[in-house]
Design a protein around this ligand. Structure first.
Ligand code: DSN
Length: 424
């Protein structure tokens, strides 16, 4: 790797590099980019201002910026098999949260009603949390999951849609381990239209599962939705960034929402890396990766269940396993998510504490952990390796107050990481 002449910054980067080499990233929203992707965003496009869109910019010198952005748009459509006769994609969003905000700004007026999944049920801050701009500027109605099985409550979704006449309905999540029935959203929008003569806009936020959808191992919302947003750095394994897909009729509004709505100059150097990442997705081997991510998550869920842990919904259909750490085999463990996260960090596994549906505990010390397999699968882990990781997680959580056991487990993780080094 290139070394900076600024030793102080280089030293901090080196420390983070060593941390990533010798510890496991199991935060469900993280991944390891390829060396090509990483190299692709260190380039001269960082010097360029290019407000506007290909062919319509506010500054000169845009010949190659336009080439780059058009290529990235083409690859972004190709990776989901979309035709530019029906679909448009804006590749400029800086990340997922601004992508969602740009959609709202482009398609809604302040005070309009949005129906989205509650954060505590697995939704996202930008789907209407009171402290997020979505919750501040729009009238938010939330749906959740059913108490009996923690699956999305489509009956509640329908009745809330019929009662509240939302302008926009969001499907998507940041902590939900199961498939989504995207068609049901479309049926619900039809019923709202029958009642009010207006069809709500359907927006899917596929930030977490975009790579699984591109790899054809998770259902796609594209046949049923009007707008689809995503990040590019989770299961898609690209640089940090966002995308907004929309049916052609919304193109002008979406573009206006991004620029001048919430962004100025796009980060074209990152757009170069998006293009490289999308090239990797299209390349053919990516579907094997996506399949392995899901296999690994299933194996992790199975092994943890076998050990007596309560895996929310009993398993997973994607890369996310939600675990209740407050009890094992029906007995209290005496810990919540805060200690569980810290304990696993101590042995070299990064993941995050997470509220569970209907959680009685507080967000800073909830009942759950969210565990993801996208990054470790990039590292080369197969199902046997992930079962071994499940054993280590189990032992760590059961010995959270025993420093000597934790220190042995830390060595095991370090040895494992040495067998599966990062590719840079
Ligand atoms: N922070 C991301 C996640 O962890 O799911 C979403 O914004």
């Amino acid at each position: 790797m290139y070394k900076l002449s600024d030793n102080i910054v280089q030293n901090i980067i080196d420390l983070e590099y060593s941390r990533q080499q010798s510890e496991l990233e199991m935060i469900a929203s993280e991944n390891y980019v390829s060396k090509d992707v990483m190299m692709a965003y260190s380039n001269v496009f960082t010097n360029k201002y290019s407000e506007g869109y290909p062919g319509k910019r506010y500054y000169g010198g845009q010949e190659y910026v336009d080439q780059l952005e058009v290529l990235t748009q083409k690859r972004a459509l190709d990776m989901f098999g979309l035709s530019d006769d029906d679909w448009y994609v804006n590749v400029q969003p800086l990340s997922g949260a601004p992508a969602n905000l740009a959609v709202f700004l482009g398609l809604l007026k302040p005070g309009d009603t949005i129906l989205g999944m509650d954060l505590s049920a697995g939704g996202h801050l930008t789907h209407g949390h009171p402290l997020n701009s979505s919750g501040i500027y729009y009238n938010i109605v939330s749906y959740g999951v059913r108490k009996e099985d923690y699956l999305i409550d489509y009956d509640e979704l329908l009745s809330k849609a019929l009662d509240n006449q939302p302008k926009l309905i969001i499907g998507g999540f940041s902590a939900y381990p199961r498939e989504i029935d995207w068609k049901k959203f479309s049926d619900i929008a039809d019923q709202v239209e029958d009642k009010y003569g207006y069809r709500p806009i359907l927006m899917a936020d596929i930030a977490h599962v975009a790579g699984l959808i591109a790899g054809k191992v998770y259902n796609s919302p594209f046949p049923y939705f009007d707008v689809v947003t995503t990040t590019t750095h989770k299961t898609l394994r690209g640089p940090r960034g966002g995308l907004i897909y929309c049916k052609k009729q919304y193109q002008a509004d979406i573009n206006r929402g991004v620029f001048p709505g919430i962004q100025g100059g796009p980060h074209e150097h990152i757009i170069a890396a998006k293009a490289v990442a999308f090239g990797e997705v299209i390349s053919g081997q990516f579907s094997d990766y996506a399949e392995n991510v899901v296999k690994n998550a299933k194996a992790l869920a199975e092994k943890l269940s076998e050990k007596g842990w309560h895996v929310i919904t009993g398993g997973t259909d994607n890369h996310i396993v939600l675990l209740d750490v407050t009890s094992k085999n029906g007995s209290s463990t005496g810990i919540g998510g805060k200690i569980a996260e810290k304990t696993l960090e101590t042995i070299g596994i990064s993941l995050n504490k997470n509220m569970l549906p209907f959680d009685q505990r507080k967000p800073m010390d909830p009942s759950g952990l969210r565990i993801g397999t996208a990054a470790v699968t990039t590292r080369g882990f197969d199902e046997n390796t992930i079962r071994y990781v499940a054993e280590l997680i189990d032992q760590a959580l059961m010995n959270y107050d025993d420093d000597s056991v934790l220190s042995e487990l830390k060595s095991e993780i370090k040895n494992l990481c040495e067998k599966f080094p990062l590719q840079y």
